[in-house]
Design a protein around this ligand. Structure first.
Ligand SMILES: Cc1cc2nc3c(=O)[nH]c(=O)nc-3n(C[C@H](O)[C@H](O)[C@H](O)COP(=O)(O)OP(=O)(O)OC[C@H]3O[C@@H](n4cnc5c(N)ncnc54)[C@H](O)[C@@H]3O)c2cc1C
Length: 389
């Protein structure tokens, strides 16, 4: 889709294109060496290594349109993929609510990609209803540290994380949201046990994490005691917008079309098959509609507003579209998509197709399940009130 860009934005797009053409990963390069160098060069461009960070923390201070251009352009190139936990989730919380000491202590390592963080929000019994969380943090008698006990679940990459940002319960009185405290602590210490959960696609990315008498110094508390819900909530809106992945879906859909055009069907290819074409067209129309929604949210962000509840529309529709692309990829790969393990017959693109499809089931669960996003949209975007029946 083309949008009217100002001459400044067009010049910026050219600058981004040149930077990407010169520096995106080329198959012949050593990936890890290239990755480090990428961040160095991107930093030298004026904070392009942390595109979403504000200027006062070393970011580029781009307008929403510039961010949109960056997303569009980078989706088509091989640039380093970042884990969102430190850079995109914790960093904004620290910038907004952390002490100066915490900002100085944690932000540089996040920026340098030296420390892996994980997100300790969900618990058995506290997912959609997150405020129901029970992991307890008790302040010691001398007020120097908290003692944390409880269990987190679905903690992505907890097994390789160095630190966790964790929602804990510090009070049982009053509203559930009012007794939550936001703590930071290292993962590699006594009292923390990480148990793998193998998901449908056969991958180990999520875990169950048990805390037994884990000591957390009081200076590792972000903001005020009992006020963690406020900090946690803001983070979720940003997380949801990020999960929609619209630019990536635009590229993935084009790739799917190219792949389907290599699959023989009758005298032509799968892309000549009217039934398959209809499904692709349907997907393309929906994707265009979500793209327009993203542009509307961009326009509101240009006038200084936060992502707001509209981020739930993007999360809801964006993740469904990602799943539909995975489903059609499996369909295009046919039987070969189901091949598992070392032997990989058939179309090259079909490899891992089924595993990708099964893993994509989680897209409409994490970051807030689709049913919950629908509730948010109904209440806060459409203004529909709950029936009193
Ligand atoms: C792959 C993956 C990675 C994850 N990574 C992390 C992570 O790193 N850190 C972390 O803290 N969490 C993580 N999560 C947890 C995720 O945020 C939760 O799974 C999600 O919030 C849903 O909670 P739940 O699993 O407890 O399901 P539940 O809340 O028990 O929901 C079960 C079903 O009931 C529906 N439902 C619940 N409430 C309502 C309602 N009010 N109205 C209508 N329907 C409702 C849900 O939509 C869902 O279909 C991850 C999850 C997955 C699958």
């Amino acid at each position: 889709m083309d949008i009217d860009l100002s001459p400044e934005d067009l010049a910026f797009r050219e600058e981004v294109r040149t930077f990407l053409t010169e520096n995106a990963h080329k198959p012949s390069e050593d990936y890890m060496k290239w990755r480090l160098n990428w961040f160095k060069l991107a930093r030298e461009k004026g904070g392009w290594d942390v595109p979403k960070w504000p200027v006062e923390f070393g970011g580029p201070g781009w307008s929403p349109t510039q961010h949109y251009i960056w997303e569009q352009e980078t989706a088509e190139h091989s640039i380093p993929w970042d884990l969102p936990f430190g850079l995109g989730m914790l960093a904004p919380v620290l910038m907004n609510y952390g002490s100066k000491e915490q900002q100085e202590r944690f932000l540089p390592d996040i920026r340098d990609r030296k420390v892996n963080w994980c997100q300790g929000y969900s618990e058995p019994g506290a997912g959609s209803d997150l405020a129901n969380l029970k992991t307890k943090a008790e302040l010691s008698a001398d007020g120097s540290h908290y003692v944390v006990n409880g269990t987190k679940i679905w903690t992505t990459l907890a097994h390789i994380a160095d630190w966790i940002f964790c929602l804990t319960r510090t009070s049982d009185t009053g509203k559930k949201q009012e007794g939550i405290t936001f703590l930071l602590f290292p993962m590699k210490q006594e009292g923390i046990e990480v148990k793998p959960i193998i998901t449908l696609g056969g991958a180990h990315s999520v875990n169950m994490v048990h805390f037994t008498d884990v000591k957390v110094p009081v200076e590792n508390r972000v903001g005020e005691e009992h006020q963690g819900w406020t900090y946690a909530k803001g983070l979720l809106q940003h997380e949801r917008t990020g999960l929609a992945g619209i630019s990536r879906s635009l590229v993935a859909l084009e790739t799917l079309k190219e792949q389907a055009a290599t699959v023989k069907r009758g005298n032509g290819t799968l892309m000549d098959d009217p039934a398959f074409r209809a499904k692709v067209a349907d997907l393309e129309v929906d994707l265009m509609a979500v793209e327009f929604t993203e542009l509307r949210s961009l326009a509101s962000a240009s006038s200084g507003s936060d992502p707001g509840p509209e981020s739930s529309i993007l999360k809801l529709k964006g993740t469904e579209i990602q799943q539909r692309i995975q489903k059609l990829t499996v369909e295009a790969g046919g039987l070969y998509s189901a091949a598992w393990g070392a032997a990989q017959p058939g179309h090259r693109f079909a490899r891992g197709g089924m595993s990708g499809y099964l893993s994509s089931r989680a897209y409409t669960i994490y970051g807030g399940a689709s049913e919950v996003q629908k509730d948010v949209v109904a209440k806060n975007v459409l203004g529909i009130k709950k029936s009193s029946k």
